[in-house]
Design a binder for this molecule. Structure first.
Ligand SMILES: Cc1ncc(COP(=O)(O)O)c(C=O)c1O
Length: 453
């Protein structure tokens, strides 16, 4: 894969008065990478996250779908779809190879040992016990959320979310014929906070569920125990079931702590919830299609099975992969979290030093950086361009114009903030789960492109 952008990076850096620290981001660093603040040292890892791993031509949505849309010359670093560009943990590959040697993929009985792996992982890593009798399997978090919404929320009713939030929730809510009721989070010094007064005001006789995201996609918040207790108290008092999506829970930075909703001290609050998880984000197994949900409330689980008509059909190779990951992949997972934590430090210091039009605060969790690009929107006249484009193409947001601008001028693809609901305007989401060389290349390209506006 070529790192040659065709852009005169040296000249740009020189004119911008920046210091290039050769080799600061690992071996084979993109030429002229700028590191502000503390120099980023290559991670001492047993696993190699630094070498660029070429995924092009594998029908992956992160690379191939964007290349198909914009052309290879315009996509040097796609930073959209939330998966990772790394080779997975070798223990997973070995387990899959062993299973493939048995050349038959007939219907699967979900093995008790897989359930044990799920229970043990959550006990070991997150300190709580899942009751296997109250665990349901699913071929993704989405289908699990959809059957839960079917069970609790009549068509036409409202489902609460705290926005900006993962855009997939809006699709799930639409699929079951409900409406999203968006409680806007408040933004203080770049950090989001739940707005409890607004949240409670929104609950009426027609609001039966809230979808919580912890850690939060796209803002990167890792919610504190106090926040979750306050939210749980409101929802329990007002009879709103909490669907706690914790798919990003294994990506929490050194300075922060993930609180599983299931570990809250109040039993009634926990009984009023269902939690959704998967090894898919933690170990980069998204297309393996295995996830699970659990609760301490037997009535809720029975209702999801019956009324939500939940089907527990999962993928044989997905089970093998997830089980190997949970049983033997912990060291890889810890190292990938450390690597990405370091990359997020690098992103924060680079952006703050070299992109005066962009603001970013390091997320507490996830591998997603949430960039405030409102000044870029103004500088490139994105609002007017979006209005003109909307006449031709249907609704086009200013963030879509920023997206197109960055693809054209920086060859970097980011996700539009406006797709994450209320409060997402003026923002872009950047997935940094790739080799630090590519992150450096993307940031350098973006800084250069934005210096022209
Ligand atoms: C918060 C959240 N939930 C769910 C999903 C998707 O889950 P799945 O692929 O298991 O359906 C994502 C993917 O990005 C996500 O960020």
């Amino acid at each position: 894969m070529s790192l040659n952008t065709g852009l005169d990076r040296r000249a740009f850096l020189k004119s911008a008065g920046m210091t290039a620290l050769a080799g600061a981001v690992g071996s084979g660093t993109a030429e002229g990478v700028v590191v502000a603040g503390a120099a980023v040292q290559p991670e001492q890892t047993q696993f190699d996250f630094d070498t660029i791993y070429d995924r092009i031509g594998t029908d992956c949505s992160k690379w191939d779908a964007q290349i198909a849309k914009y052309g290879r010359d315009k996509i040097e670093v796609p930073m959209g779809t939330a998966d990772q560009d790394f080779r997975i943990a070798p223990v997973i590959t070995r387990a899959l190879q062993r299973r493939i040697e048995h050349e038959n993929y007939g219907y699967l009985t979900i093995p008790a040992s897989y359930v044990e792996s799920i229970v043990n992982w959550n006990k070991r890593r997150h300190g709580f016990e899942i009751d296997p009798d109250l665990l349901l399997h699913s071929d993704g978090v989405h289908p699990a959320i959809i059957s839960t919404l079917r069970a609790f929320c009549p068509p036409g009713s409202k489902v609460l979310v705290q926005a900006p939030v993962y855009n997939g929730f809006y699709t799930d809510i639409r699929v079951v014929g409900c409406q999203a009721s968006e409680s806007p989070m408040t933004l203080v010094n770049g950090r989001y906070a739940m707005n409890f007064d607004d949240l409670e005001r929104r609950i009426d006789h027609d609001t039966h569920a809230l979808i919580l995201c912890n850690p939060q996609n796209p803002t990167g918040n890792v919610w504190s125990r106090e926040n979750l207790m306050r939210l749980g108290d409101i929802c329990t008092r007002r009879r709103v079931v909490v669907l706690s999506d914790e798919i990003h829970c294994d990506f929490v930075n050194r300075a922060n702590t993930y609180t599983p909703y299931a570990t809250l001290e109040d039993e009634a609050i926990v009984r009023n919830s269902i939690t959704y998880k998967s090894a898919s984000k933690s170990f980069n197994l998204s297309a393996m299609k295995v996830a699970y949900m659990f609760s301490t409330n037997a009535d809720y689980i029975a209702r999801i099975k019956r009324t939500g008509q939940h089907r527990q059909g999962i993928n044989t190779l997905g089970v093998v992969a997830a089980q190997a990951a949970y049983d033997d992949g912990e060291e890889w997972q810890k190292q990938v979290v450390d690597y990405l934590d370091g990359t997020l430090d690098y992103v924060e210091s680079f952006v703050n030093a070299n992109m005066p039009l962009v603001k970013v605060v390091k997320p507490q969790g996830t591998y997603l950086a949430w960039l405030d690009v409102s000044e870029v929107v103004d500088r490139i006249g994105a609002k007017q361009t979006a209005a003109d484009a909307s006449d031709r193409e249907g609704q086009v947001t200013p963030e879509t114009i920023v997206q197109r601008y960055l693809v054209e001028h920086a060859h970097v693809l980011l996700n539009t903030g406006s797709s994450y609901g209320v409060g997402g305007a003026g923002h872009m989401r950047m997935n940094i789960a790739t080799s630090r060389q590519l992150v450096a290349l993307a940031l350098t390209n973006m800084a250069q492109a934005l210096a022209q506006v």
